[in-house]
Write a protein that binds this ligand. Structure first.
Ligand SMILES: Cc1ncc(COP(=O)(O)O)c(C=O)c1O
Length: 377
């Protein structure tokens, strides 16, 4: 089989138009000849614990990576091409963009650029931990505000804290690990009135998965508000977690400031080639959403059947209740080859489950039903 055939054979045909086919997506994926979803674990275990995209990179990106390998001895990483393609995709200028080794590097850059001993980070609890981790080696303060009972950010309390001194506010919306959204109208109301001394880090890693119409993104603020940084990633909807490419979108003056803290020559050539090809793959977002929706339906049906509560999710994962001890539940799942979640204090009666391919979720469903028959959940 030639390289093109190896990379794409049957996959595009198998996946094209899948969402509207009416047939079970899981069955179609299983039957699609040459379909090569991203691997989970080398030993055959299924990883449902890291909010990855189980479809893997786009077929076009696979081909672009193979073609770009010969450029691996050169610096450059197709940086210019990536910036151009991304700017066009987002409808912004290249001057608005900052690239990072995943969006976690962007979070680290923001910590360095905006915080100081008297400029704390204000964040929800629980939320995505990485930005907090980057404070550990710095003499910086973190102020956490518990999520509200409906799992929205407590905008009012965060806002009050931010009035006391210059602050950096981290908003993970939709939020990890809860999968829930905070009303964009409430966030907009705050941003529109906030002083320039409040910097907003808007982490929108999961925005493409959102179905709740109380949510919209914050890109519109970047022209008027240099204190708003929108942070996104190729790791989720584009299935490129292992290639490491994330980015910030901000006012040009803010982007220039972030650039001073960034690594030059980013991204690496393979990530760069994959990103450009992914942005040009018009079906990738719809395919990823369709697979995610089918997985979500399987999980919802199963949890409903078992009477296990879950949070409304706008992401590629879900927080659901389990009866019994969480580490024991995870160990039992792992013994069945299913890696699910980790601890997210204080939600220690919930497990975070990432959505895999529909057939993987079927396996999870039959396993948790078996656990119920044994009285374990
Ligand atoms: C909210 C959120 N932001 C950022 C990231 C990190 O993504 P990246 O792979 O771009 O570093 C994750 C990863 O799970 C995440 O959940």
């Amino acid at each position: 089989m030639d390289r093109r055939g190896f990379v794409t054979s049957g996959m595009a045909a198998g996946l094209a138009g899948i969402a509207g086919s009416g047939a079970s997506l899981g069955a179609l994926l299983d039957r699609a000849p040459g379909f090569a979803p991203g691997k989970t674990m080398a030993n055959g275990d299924i990883r449902l614990s890291s909010n990855e995209n189980p479809l893997g990179v786009s077929p076009a990106a696979r081909e672009a990576i193979i073609e770009a390998i010969v450029e691996s001895n050169r610096y450059g990483g197709r940086r210019g091409e990536v910036l151009q393609a991304l700017a066009q995709y987002l409808g912004v200028e290249t001057e608005n963009l900052t690239l990072g080794f995943g969006s976690t590097e962007i979070l680290q850059i923001c910590t360095q650029a905006f915080q100081g001993p008297n400029t704390p980070l204000i964040a929800a609890a629980p939320t995505f931990e990485d930005v907090m981790d980057y404070q550990d080696t710095m003499p910086f303060e973190v102020q956490t505000v518990p999520l509200l009972a409906d799992y929205q950010h407590d905008v009012q309390q965060m806002r009050e804290l931010s009035m006391k001194r210059p602050s950096v506010v981290y908003f993970c919306n939709p939020n990890n690990p809860t999968g829930t959204i905070t009303s964009s109208a409430d966030i907009d109301a705050w941003i529109s009135e906030a002083p320039e001394t409040t910097t907003f880090l808007m982490d929108e890693a999961y925005l493409e998965y959102v179905t709740d119409d109380r949510y919209w993104d914050t890109l519109k603020w970047i022209d008027q508000k240099p204190n708003v940084v929108v942070i996104r990633t190729f790791s989720k909807i584009f299935g490129m977690a292992g290639l490491r490419l994330g980015f910030a979108v901000s006012h040009p003056t803010t982007a220039a400031r972030l650039q001073e803290h960034s690594i030059q020559n980013s991204p690496n050539v393979l990530a760069g080639a994959a990103a450009v090809a992914s942005l040009q793959d018009e079906g990738i977002v719809a395919r990823s959403i369709a697979v995610n929706e089918e997985a979500k339906n399987i999980v919802h049906t199963t949890l409903d059947e078992l009477g296990l509560d879950y949070l409304p999710t706008n992401t590629n994962f879900i927080m659901h209740r389990i009866n019994g001890d969480l580490p024991t539940y995870r160990e039992r799942m792992a013994a069945e080859g299913l890696l699910v979640g980790r601890n997210f204090p204080p939600m220690l009666d919930h497990n975070r489950l990432s959505f895999g391919l529909p057939n993987e979720m079927d396996r999870w469903a039959s396993t948790i039903k078996d656990f119920r028959s044994k009285g374990w959940v």
